[in-house]
Design a protein around this ligand. Structure first.
Ligand code: ADP
Ligand code: MG
Length: 701
């Protein structure tokens, strides 16, 4: 593709604002925009006009079908396609699409997890158009982003609570801004830029490994002689074929209006990253789902497999998804951007302290929001953030917070501590000197970056929690300050912020988050260290958290309980599949390699000895002994894993089952793996029916 045509293809498959403006009558366009901004109801006659325009546009772009596209609790996206075709009496057909079909769908979606929210007799779920995320065309279908809920209106998806949380945050932020004198602001949006990490490996090799096929991660495999220790892959030169892949991917994403921006090699061999330009949370979540889908699709087309698992390979870095998060007003002001003037910085301090309080108060449920079986392998593994949440603010902000803490009112603090003008707060510059990569929650100049989410997670999950927690912190700030007289406002506010800081400073940490000292220190400070999903999940239904989700109308208690059950079940199911896959792969594929090779060495050694009886054959005998020893250990652990897995299958309590998978099954798998890997290191590649780590990680052209 020529560079000149990029603006032309960008968003060419999107029923965008621009397209709507061109194709809809002015009053209809205005009604849609109002609905998408304020979430108001759209009249059916308006919907009919929009549907007609959408259909026409879609057909012009080659679409024959439409689908309500939604995000059930599997964490993936779901779609069911209907054609526009409607047969006529004379044996012909016309293309039809009504406002009703646009606004509401009734997929027979009874097989999606509902955590008991739907009794089977009313199993039907409903999809409802979300006009705040644009429709688009993919594979000749018109995709309409929708929310998915039950007959009773309970959320069965990730979009509904995300939209609710954005609304809650907007409401509370606007109240606080009005207190601060920004009366013109009527709406505040959450903005998100999610950096996506992934691995690319050869497709033929991928197809030869049952573990990658079934589980997305390797369950056995001796380390390659080379790993990532040379640090030669990070930001390294792109291999030509990989560069082509990335280019293809960008192009597909641009057509769909996904603002893919940055691409580079990551730390681990064969690992890469793509970062988009940030967008409103709702769109960013939809676009991240599309990004993950396209990564896989384009990989398949180009002879690769794209791995989005959090830890596909033992011993080298896993993949995450950094969630860059900020707040922007309808006037275009970024509320986490420290300004130049006194007023701007005063306002910045209020929002900064809101985030700090929120993350401290709701660290447990924030941690739970990123818990998955895959991400458990990554967090706390010396390459990703620890499982303890702390906030990094950088030296400059830390110095300033210290001034606040020591009780200097802002102007004095400025004068004595920062040596700047007497009447203004310091111009807090972007702290680019130290970006502390080890921090799970870092201030990066004009936004926060939450680094705990795993690569395959829907970014909706952490943002629902973050938005709700910050909404609550802002609501408390509002309550504390709403009755303060104007002449005392600034003084009282600073006093209140100081109190907040005293209460929440335990969450601030600027040092090395990977160190053991920090984990010990965090424990002293009373911070949570929830190491695994079964440990983290109960916080989802802890009374204090239920209360805040209910208060801000993000989740009902029932919705939280259903999610709690689904996430626990999902965790157990994932490890169950891993256990079965591992057993099969070891019994069949690995054993085939082991037995054939053992026989070959034994035969060869016997032959040699027959020829020359006093030959020592020390190395051969050593190998035979090692393999023989491993064989019996592997047999023992296979039997144990199999028996323990059968026990797990009989368990009924979701939390107990998940704990058992964590404590027993994963431990069994680890022990089994250690013997398999030890033996595998002795077996030449030719004998193994699956590719080794060395081949998987270093053979990509
Ligand atoms: P790094 O790799 O150093 O973290 P990048 O520039 O690769 O930085 O990624 C930063 C991400 O943050 C991008 O996706 C960018 O669009 C996003 N971002 C920038 N400003 C904001 C903001 N105000 N709100 C949300 N995300 C933002
Ligand atoms: Mg980053």
């Amino acid at each position: 593709m020529e560079t000149e045509s990029i603006p032309e293809i960008y968003g060419s498959l999107v029923f965008s604002d621009k397209v709507m403006k061109e194709r809809l009558p002015k009053d209809i366009y205005k009604a849609v925009i109002k609905t998408s901004r304020n979430g108001t109801h759209l009249e059916l006659d308006v919907a009919n006009v929009v549907a007609a325009a959408m259909k026409e546009w879609a057909i012009e772009h080659g679409a024959t079908h439409f689908t309500h596209w939604f995000q059930p609790l599997t964490g993936l996206t779901a779609e069911k396609h209907d054609s526009f075709i409607s047969p006529t009496a004379d044996g012909g057909a016309i293309m039809e699409f009504s406002g009703k079909e646009l606004v509401k769908g009734e997929p027979d979606a009874s097989s999606f997890p509902s955590g008991g929210l739907r009794a089977t007799f009313e199993a039907r779920g409903y999809t409802a158009w979300d006009p705040s995320s644009p429709a688009f065309i993919k594979d000749r279908s018109l995709y309409i982003p929708t929310a998915f809920c039950s007959y009773g209106g309970e959320a069965l998806d990730k979009k509904t609570p995300l939209l609710r949380s954005m609304e809650a945050l907007s409401t509370e932020a606007v109240k606080v801004l009005h207190l601060l004198g920004k009366k013109e602001v009527t709406h505040v949006d959450t903005t998100i830029g999610s950096e996506q990490e992934y691995f690319l490996i050869d497709k033929d090799m991928y197809l030869k490994r049952k573990d990658l096929l079934m589980c997305g991660r390797t369950l056995i495999g001796a380390p390659a002689p080379k790993g990532q220790e040379m640090e030669d892959h990070y930001f390294g030169v792109l291999k030509p074929k990989v560069a082509e892949y990335m280019h293809d991917l960008d192009e597909e994403l641009w057509k769909l209006g996904v603002p893919a921006k940055t691409k580079h090699n990551e730390v681990a061999p064969s690992q890469h990253e793509l970062a988009p330009v940030f967008e409103t949370a709702n769109k960013a979540v939809d676009h991240n789902q599309l990004t993950m889908e396209m990564m896989k699709k384009v990989a398949d087309k180009r002879g690769y497999a794209c791995l989005l698992h959090e830890k596909p390979f033992e011993g080298i870095n896993g993949s995450g998804k950094h969630n860059n998060w900020s707040l922007v007003t309808d006037q275009g002001e970024n509320l986490l951007d420290p300004g130049k003037t006194h007023e701007e910085n005063f306002q910045f301090m209020v929002f900064l302290m809101a985030v700090i309080s929120a993350v401290d108060d709701y660290q447990d449920v924030l941690r739970a929001s990123v818990a998955t079986a895959g991400n458990d392998h990554r967090l706390g593994a010396n390459e990703a953030p620890p499982a303890v949440i702390s906030i990094f603010v950088g030296d400059e902000l830390a110095g300033f917070l210290k001034g606040l803490e020591e009780g200097h009112l802002p102007d004095k603090a400025v004068k004595t501590k920062m040596g700047m003008g007497a009447t203004v707060l310091p111009h807090i510059t972007k702290d680019t000197t130290d970006r502390n990569r080890t921090s799970p929650f870092a201030f990066t100049g004009n936004k926060f970056e939450f680094r705990m989410p795993g690569s395959s997670l829907s970014v909706a999950d952490p943002n629902i929690v973050l938005n709700t927690a910050v909404a609550e912190a802002l609501s408390q700030i509002y309550d504390a300050l709403k009755d303060v007289p104007e002449d005392k406002f600034e003084e009282e506010t600073m006093k209140y912020l100081k109190e907040l800081l005293a209460k929440h400073k335990r969450i601030l940490f600027n040092g090395n988050g990977y160190s053991d000292e920090w984990i010990a220190e965090a424990e002293k400070r009373g911070l949570c260290n929830l190491k695994s999903l079964p440990e983290a999940m109960p916080s989802l239904i802890a009374p204090k958290n239920v209360k805040v989700f209910e208060k801000h109308k993000v989740f009902t208690e029932q919705e939280l309980k259903s999610r709690y059950d689904i996430f626990l079940e999902n965790y157990s199911k994932t490890i169950h599949i891993e256990s079965l896959t591992m057993q099969e792969m070891v019994r069949k594929d690995f054993t085939e390699g082991l037995v054939t090779y053992l026989k070959a060495v034994t035969d060869e050694t016997a032959k040699k000895k027959a020829l020359i009886p006093d030959l020592k054959c020390e190395y051969e005998e050593h190998t035979i002994r090692v393999l023989d020893e491993s064989e019996s250990k592997i047999g023992e652990w296979l039997t144990k894993l199999s028996a323990d897995t059968k026990k797990a299958e009989q368990m009924t309590d979701n939390l107990e089952t998940a704990k058992y998978y964590h404590e027993v099954i994963l431990e069994d798998m680890e022990s089994l793996r250690s013997y398999v890997d030890e033996a595998e290191a002795y077996i030449p590649e030719d004998y193994l029916p699956y590719p080794t780590y060395g081949e998987l990680l270093f053979s990509l052209r």
